[in-house]
Design a protein. Structure first.
Length: 113
């Protein structure tokens, strides 16, 4: 991206402001997203770090969805999925991702899957 921008705007000064926590997680997130049928990415609506990490998931798995709460899950997203991965931003609390997991389990218990 930097190279393309510099070709378009010679002499442009480009500052890499991506959080190291985000860039260090990229290879692991790519590997994770590639092994899932669906990825539910949990982060706050305004989380810059969440948006950056989600875009990585979405680039390798088109069935990646950004949610901020379990209630935002659209059950149609999960149709036919055997592997549902849950990931989050660096600031996403573990308890929230566990709530998402519990919400999914409770839904499938109710519908008899």
């Amino acid at each position: 991206m930097v190279e393309r921008l510099q070709k378009r705007v010679p002499g442009a000064i480009i500052a890499d402001t991506l959080c190291r926590q985000v860039s260090n997680r990229e290879p692991h997130l790519i590997a994770f997203a590639q092994t899932q049928d669906v990825v539910l990415f949990v982060a706050g609506k305004k989380s810059s770090n969440g948006k950056a990490l989600f875009s990585i998931c979405k680039a390798v798995n088109s069935r990646s969805y950004y949610i901020s709460a379990p209630e935002e899950i659209n059950w149609e997203w999960l149709d036919g999925a055997e592997r549902i991965g849950i990931a989050g931003a660096t600031s996403t609390p573990q308890w929230l991702m566990e709530q998402v997991r519990s919400h999914i389990q409770a839904h499938y218990d109710r519908v008899g899957v």
